[in-house]
Design a binder for this molecule. Structure first.
Ligand code: GLN
Length: 196
C-alpha cells in the first residue's frame, strides 16, 4: 500500500511521519511517498493535502499538473485528507480572500470556508476536540487555520470548536482546520488509512 503526501509547499514531512506512525499502529505494511509530479500519484491509495499557504499550493498544483489529476482521483474514490490550507483547497466555496487572491480551489467538498478565521490574537493555539468516531478527545493544533463556515449536501460535520466547524467528511474526503500531523497523535491519519 502506498500513501501520498502532496509536497509542493507546506507541512509535508510531518504528514509523512504521521502516516508512517499510523501504518505502524495499524500493523499495515506500506510506504509513504512525497508527491511533486503526476507520476508520483501512480498507485497511491490515499492522499494528504497539507497545510501551508493555500494560494501558493494552488498555483503549484497547476504548475506541476497535479490539480486535475487530484480532482480525478478524488472523484474515483481515493481517500483524501486536506488539513488547514488543504482544507481550504478541498472546499467548493471560498471567501473574499480566496476570491481576491485568485486561488483556484480543488472544489471537491460541499462546504464553504473562511481563511485565517480564528483571528489575530488566536493565530496559534491548541484545544482538545471531540471528533465523531474517536473515543478520547484529540489534541487540535490550530495555526492560522480556516473555519468551515457551512456544509451542505453529503458533507457531514465531524468536529466543532465552540460554534465553529473544524472537521468534516464527505464520502472519501476529510477536511480539517487543524494540524493532526503536529499533535503526535496518529488517530486521524489512521482514520484516513481505514478509509482505503
Ligand atoms: N492561512 C493559510 C491559508 O489559508 C493556512 C495556514 C496553515 O495551513 N497553517 O493558506
Amino acid at each position: 500500500m502506498k500513501a501520498g503526501v502532496v509536497s509542493v509547499q507546506g507541512a509535508a514531512p510531518e504528514h509523512v511521519r504521521a502516516l508512517q506512525q499510523a501504518m505502524a499502529g495499524l500493523g499495515v505494511k506500506g510506504a509513504v511517498v512525497s508527491v511533486r509530479r503526476p507520476s508520483d500519484l501512480e498507485e497511491v491509495s490515499c492522499l494528504v493535502i497539507p497545510g501551508g499557504e493555500s494560494t501558493t499550493i494552488s498555483k503549484l498544483l497547476r504548475r506541476f499538473e497535479l490539480h486535475d489529476r487530484i480532482v480525478r482521483m478524488a472523484e474515483e474514490g481515493v481517500p483524501m485528507m486536506g488539513t488547514c490550507a488543504g482544507c481550504v483547497l478541498l472546499a467548493k466555496e471560498g471567501d473574499a480572500e480566496v476570491e481576491k487572491t485568485g486561488t483556484r480551489l480543488l472544489g471537491l467538498m460541499d462546504m464553504g470556508v473562511d481563511r485565517n478565521a480564528f483571528g489575530r490574537q488566536r493565530e496559534s493555539f491548541e484545544a482538545p476536540l471531540d471528533i465523531a468516531g474517536l473515543e478520547a478527545p484529540f489534541p487540535g493544533v490550530f495555526i492560522r487555520g480556516p473555519v468551515i463556515r457551512k456544509v451542505w449536501g453529503d458533507c457531514k460535520v465531524l468536529s466543532s470548536y465552540g460554534d465553529k466547524i473544524v472537521m468534516a467528511r464527505q464520502g472519501n474526503m476529510l477536511a480539517l482546520s487543524f494540524h493532526p500531523e503536529l499533535s503526535g497523535d496518529s488517530r486521524v491519519h489512521e482514520m484516513l488509512l481505514k478509509m482505503i
